[in-house]
Design a protein around this ligand. Structure first.
Ligand SMILES: [Zn+2]
Length: 143
Protein backbone atom coordinates (compact mmCIF):
# COMPACT_ATOMS: atom_id res chain seq x y z
CA UNK A 1 0.00 0.00 0.00
CA UNK A 2 2.81 2.44 0.85
CA UNK A 3 4.45 1.85 -2.52
CA UNK A 4 1.36 2.86 -4.44
CA UNK A 5 1.11 6.08 -2.46
CA UNK A 6 4.70 7.07 -3.37
CA UNK A 7 4.13 6.50 -7.07
CA UNK A 8 1.11 8.76 -7.03
CA UNK A 9 3.07 11.63 -5.49
CA UNK A 10 5.77 11.38 -8.16
CA UNK A 11 3.16 11.50 -10.93
CA UNK A 12 1.58 14.66 -9.53
CA UNK A 13 4.96 16.37 -9.15
CA UNK A 14 5.84 15.69 -12.79
CA UNK A 15 2.66 17.06 -14.24
CA UNK A 16 3.14 20.29 -12.28
CA UNK A 17 6.30 21.13 -14.23
CA UNK A 18 3.99 22.27 -17.00
CA UNK A 19 6.34 21.89 -19.97
CA UNK A 20 4.89 23.39 -23.11
CA UNK A 21 4.81 20.72 -25.79
CA UNK A 22 2.38 22.40 -28.14
CA UNK A 23 3.83 23.51 -31.48
CA UNK A 24 3.00 26.89 -33.00
CA UNK A 25 0.14 26.88 -35.51
CA UNK A 26 0.83 28.19 -39.01
CA UNK A 27 -1.98 29.11 -41.39
CA UNK A 28 -0.89 30.23 -44.85
CA UNK A 29 -3.62 31.88 -46.88
CA UNK A 30 -1.19 33.00 -49.62
CA UNK A 31 0.44 31.47 -51.57
CA UNK A 32 -1.80 28.44 -52.14
CA UNK A 33 -0.59 25.16 -53.58
CA UNK A 34 -0.07 24.91 -57.33
CA UNK A 35 -0.31 28.59 -58.23
CA UNK A 36 2.00 29.93 -60.94
CA UNK A 37 3.76 33.29 -60.54
CA UNK A 38 5.48 35.35 -63.19
CA UNK A 39 9.13 36.19 -62.51
CA UNK A 40 11.69 38.55 -64.02
CA UNK A 41 9.55 41.68 -64.38
CA UNK A 42 9.44 44.88 -62.32
CA UNK A 43 6.04 44.13 -60.83
CA UNK A 44 6.54 40.38 -60.44
CA UNK A 45 5.90 39.48 -56.80
CA UNK A 46 4.87 36.71 -54.48
CA UNK A 47 2.22 37.85 -52.00
CA UNK A 48 2.51 36.31 -48.53
CA UNK A 49 -0.36 36.23 -46.04
CA UNK A 50 -0.13 34.02 -42.98
CA UNK A 51 -1.15 33.81 -39.35
CA UNK A 52 1.17 32.24 -36.81
CA UNK A 53 0.05 31.59 -33.27
CA UNK A 54 1.09 29.69 -30.18
CA UNK A 55 -0.69 28.57 -27.02
CA UNK A 56 2.10 30.19 -24.97
CA UNK A 57 4.52 32.57 -26.67
CA UNK A 58 6.17 32.66 -30.10
CA UNK A 59 9.91 33.01 -30.54
CA UNK A 60 10.64 33.52 -34.23
CA UNK A 61 9.54 32.52 -37.68
CA UNK A 62 11.40 32.04 -40.91
CA UNK A 63 10.07 32.54 -44.40
CA UNK A 64 11.84 30.71 -47.18
CA UNK A 65 11.40 30.05 -50.88
CA UNK A 66 13.68 27.91 -53.00
CA UNK A 67 13.75 25.80 -56.13
CA UNK A 68 12.30 22.32 -55.75
CA UNK A 69 14.85 21.00 -58.23
CA UNK A 70 16.68 17.95 -56.92
CA UNK A 71 14.51 17.20 -53.90
CA UNK A 72 10.96 16.25 -53.07
CA UNK A 73 10.75 16.76 -49.34
CA UNK A 74 12.64 18.57 -46.63
CA UNK A 75 14.06 15.58 -44.86
CA UNK A 76 17.16 16.04 -47.00
CA UNK A 77 17.02 19.81 -47.30
CA UNK A 78 20.61 20.51 -46.32
CA UNK A 79 22.15 18.66 -49.24
CA UNK A 80 19.44 19.51 -51.69
CA UNK A 81 19.63 23.24 -52.24
CA UNK A 82 20.98 24.30 -55.57
CA UNK A 83 22.62 27.59 -56.43
CA UNK A 84 19.46 29.09 -57.87
CA UNK A 85 17.44 31.98 -56.45
CA UNK A 86 16.70 31.66 -52.75
CA UNK A 87 14.61 33.82 -50.48
CA UNK A 88 15.20 33.65 -46.77
CA UNK A 89 14.18 35.97 -43.95
CA UNK A 90 13.76 35.62 -40.19
CA UNK A 91 11.13 37.53 -38.23
CA UNK A 92 11.41 38.07 -34.48
CA UNK A 93 8.12 37.17 -32.81
CA UNK A 94 9.18 37.25 -29.14
CA UNK A 95 6.49 38.43 -26.74
CA UNK A 96 3.67 37.61 -29.14
CA UNK A 97 1.03 34.92 -28.93
CA UNK A 98 -0.01 35.60 -32.49
CA UNK A 99 1.43 37.45 -35.49
CA UNK A 100 -0.02 38.26 -38.89
CA UNK A 101 2.38 38.19 -41.82
CA UNK A 102 1.58 40.36 -44.78
CA UNK A 103 4.37 41.02 -47.25
CA UNK A 104 5.28 40.93 -50.87
CA UNK A 105 8.44 39.17 -52.03
CA UNK A 106 9.85 40.73 -55.19
CA UNK A 107 10.47 38.23 -57.99
CA UNK A 108 12.11 40.82 -60.24
CA UNK A 109 15.58 39.27 -60.02
CA UNK A 110 14.41 35.68 -60.43
CA UNK A 111 15.51 33.94 -63.61
CA UNK A 112 14.76 30.38 -62.51
CA UNK A 113 11.54 28.67 -63.45
CA UNK A 114 9.65 25.53 -62.56
CA UNK A 115 8.54 24.22 -59.21
CA UNK A 116 9.46 26.10 -56.04
CA UNK A 117 8.88 25.42 -52.37
CA UNK A 118 7.52 28.12 -50.11
CA UNK A 119 8.02 27.44 -46.41
CA UNK A 120 7.27 29.03 -43.09
CA UNK A 121 8.97 27.72 -39.96
CA UNK A 122 7.91 28.87 -36.51
CA UNK A 123 9.36 28.26 -33.06
CA UNK A 124 7.89 29.02 -29.67
CA UNK A 125 9.50 30.05 -26.39
CA UNK A 126 9.92 26.42 -25.31
CA UNK A 127 11.66 25.41 -28.52
CA UNK A 128 8.78 23.60 -30.24
CA UNK A 129 9.00 24.00 -34.00
CA UNK A 130 6.50 23.64 -36.78
CA UNK A 131 6.65 23.93 -40.55
CA UNK A 132 4.10 24.69 -43.24
CA UNK A 133 4.84 24.29 -46.93
CA UNK A 134 3.37 25.26 -50.28
CA UNK A 135 4.40 24.09 -53.75
CA UNK A 136 4.32 26.93 -56.26
CA UNK A 137 5.52 27.50 -59.83
CA UNK A 138 7.55 30.26 -61.46
CA UNK A 139 7.30 31.23 -65.12
CA UNK A 140 9.39 33.87 -66.87
CA UNK A 141 7.45 36.99 -67.76
CA UNK A 142 7.23 37.72 -71.49
CA UNK A 143 8.38 41.29 -70.80
ZN1 LIG B 1 12.29 22.42 -51.00
Amino acid sequence: MKKIFLVLIVAVACSKENTDMEKPAIQISSPVNGVEYLVGCDTCALPVRATISDNDELNACKIEAHSAAGHGSHVSLMKALTASWLYDTIIDAKGNKKIELSLSISLKEVQDTGEFHFLIYATDKSGNESLAERDIFFRLSAQ
